[in-house]
Design a protein around this ligand. Structure first.
Ligand code: GCB
Length: 594
């Protein structure tokens, strides 16, 4: 699936704005055919936005179940004869969509796109009703998982990940027009030898009869540097300028479907960064050079809009990454908006791209260790059906993001149970799914403290070891000397595996403005000391090739005795003001900065 684009043969119309909105706790709307006419008793909702914090209503904030969104759209009058597509960049966590009275698509998973050809249901120049039934409940067969528990006070949605279950239409919705004979997908793999780059392309086309594929590669100034024909092949790029961390360079690849008369019948564009990624022994190489990750695990999380994509916040967050000297981040704990990855491509920021498989671990929940009352992997809980949903989430992530030069690792899960036979059986085939979908990038998962070296049965499948550890916070709390000894010992054991290690999480909750002369957890000083201790440990071990602090900024979680107005491990507050730790990280990561 290609994201809608404006090209010489394609057009798109953005459907963001204010939609009609109605909760449907009884799940009555489908039978009552609410899609067949204007939604009655409806309120307003912004798209894109999480619905939870937009209204001033507790019943909306914590609502789970069916949710209806609706708007009318006029199909552009010039689109007659075109193939018309309705495209959602995401809908959390699942959706069914109608155009007029016609059900056109359903999609499972809250963070990847889906679309339908709606040509037969619309007329150019006329209005049509678009209705989306979103559902945000989590079950053992959803990614991420959850369960609805029957409690004395009524049913409750329980889940085991430490961020608020924001839902709704988080990203743009598009109507787009393409030719009938069209390019359907494009895969690009890049490489280089000395000063010559290579761009291998594979095109999937529909109704291609009698049409040839032409590809043209242009440099950043728009000058053509290579061209080719055929559904696949390899372009050679003389005097290549590589895409590199901190030094992004993008070529434009235009792919055309051309008829005998030389008329371009379809055209798409793809940014191409020419670079290589490789794991060699304990090194992580980008363009053959050892790369050290500095940066954060992040969240798509802001006040009012929740998990919605917003360009002002995007530009601001990247400005802060630049200010602090971060060269990379992880899309913890779900695929981010495609705009984020495009921006990372353009700005030379390296990305570890993660699926929404978080909370597959009944040994912990919401930052709290301890049994959650379920067995993680069993026929009644996370089972074969769950694994198929998980596999599909991996395939959709890779299908969406495979052409981004910024993406260098696929992370297929965060902190799952990984020390049991059930875990080994569950994950083995999922690594195969990822490698089959993309043989070019390293694959890993993020290991939790409950499955230390020697106990973890899943890390054997990973190309890179990604570890989340909280020595000095959840364990050895307030005891940084003890933490340093224990942490060094564990990390040395992992280093013995001979793979590169990225510390994908380490962090301490910190209340901004809380100062202390003595090392008190929750103070700004303790956060700085805690990070310093971690950095001494990392610097003593060669296999450590990266450090991602948890978290870039404070973020919303469910309420609970472990969380005061959310998770406070940010280097920045939720509204992006720096804590003392931000300056300390800047001194380490941006050594030339003052
Ligand atoms: C973790 C999780 C992350 C939590 C964090 C914490 O290990 O991966 O989602 O927010 O710990 O702060 O407890």
């Amino acid at each position: 699936m290609l994201r809608p684009q404006d090209t010489s043969t394609r057009e798109r119309k953005n459907l963001d704005g204010i939609w009609s909105f109605r909760l449907d706790a009884e799940s009555a709307g489908r039978d009552k055919r609410w899609y067949a006419g204007p939604l009655t008793d409806a309120g307003d909702m912004a798209v894109p936005a999480s619905f939870n914090d937009v209204s001033a209503d507790a019943a909306v904030k914590d609502y789970f179940g069916d949710i209806w969104y609706q708007r009318t759209v006029r199909v552009p009058r010039g689109w007659d004869g075109q193939r018309i597509v309705l495209h959602f960049e995401s809908a959390t966590h699942r959706a069914t969509v109608w155009v007029g009275e016609h059900e056109v698509m359903s999609h499972e998973g809250g963070y990847t796109p889906f679309e339908a050809d709606i040509t037969e249901f619309v007329t150019a120049g006329e209005e049509v009703l678009v209705t989306a039934l979103i559902n945000n409940t989590l079950s053992f067969q959803s990614i991420p998982p959850g369960v609805i528990e029957q409690r004395p006070g009524g049913p409750a949605q329980v889940y085991w990940h430490d961020f608020f279950n924001y839902a709704g239409i988080h990203r743009s919705v598009w109507l787009s027009a393409t030719p009938q004979a069209r390019i359907e997908d494009l895969t690009v793999v890049t490489g280089f030898e000395a000063t010559t780059g290579s761009v291998e392309w594979t095109v999937e086309a529909v109704d291609q009869d009698g049409l040839d594929v032409h590809v043209v590669l242009r440099d950043a100034s728009g000058t053509e540097v290579a061209n080719g024909t055929g559904n696949n092949g390899t372009l050679s790029v003389a005097d290549v300028t590589l895409w590199a961390p901190g030094a992004a360079y993008l070529y434009d690849l235009e792919v055309q479907l051309v008829d005998d008369a030389g008329t371009v019948r379809d055209s798409i564009h793809q940014n191409v960064g020419i670079r290589t990624v490789e794991v060699r022994g304990i090194e992580f190489l980008i363009n053959g050079e050892p790369f050290q990750f500095t940066g954060f695990g992040m969240h798509e999380d802001h006040s009012v809009i929740g998990k919605a994509h917003n360009n002002a916040h995007l530009v601001n967050d990247f400005a802060l990454l630049d200010w602090i000297g971060a060269n990379s981040f992880r899309t913890s704990h779900y695929p981010y908006s495609e705009d984020v990855l495009d921006y990372a491509d353009k700005h030379g920021i390296v990305v570890i791209d993660e699926t929404a498989a978080v909370g597959l671990n009944m040994g912990l929940g919401g930052g709290i260790f301890g049994g959650q009352g379920y067995k993680t992997f069993s026929p009644e809980t996370i089972n074969d059906d769950s694994r198929e949903v998980h596999a599909q989430a991996i395939r959709e992530l890779i299908a969406r993001d495979k052409n981004h030069p910024s993406v260098v690792i696929w992370s297929i899960a965060n902190e799952p149970e990984s020390d049991t036979e059930g875990a080994e059986d569950y994950f083995r085939p999922l690594f195969d799914v990822a490698r089959e979908a993309d043989p070019t990038r390293p694959v890993g998962f993020v290991n939790v403290m409950l499955a230390p070296h020697g106990k973890c049965r899943v890390s054997q499948f990973a190309d890179v070891l990604m570890l989340n550890r909280y020595y000095g916070w959840y364990v050895n709390t307030g005891d940084l000397a003890g933490a340093e000894i224990a942490w060094t010992e564990e990390l040395e054991a992992w280093a013995g595996d001979g793979k590169p290690i990225i510390i994908t999480e380490y962090g301490a909750d910190t209340l901004p403005g809380n100062h202390s002369l003595t090392p008190q957890p929750w103070s700004e000083e303790y956060q700085v000391d805690y990070l310093d201790m971690n950095h001494r440990v990392f610097d003593s071990i060669d296999a450590v090739v990266g450090e991602h602090v948890w978290n870039f900024a404070d973020f919303a979680t469910t309420s609970g005795i472990m969380r005061v107005d959310g998770n406070k491990k940010g280097a920045f507050t939720r509204d992006r003001r720096p804590k003392s730790a931000a300056f300390a990280l800047r001194r380490r990561w941006k050594k030339d900065a003052r």
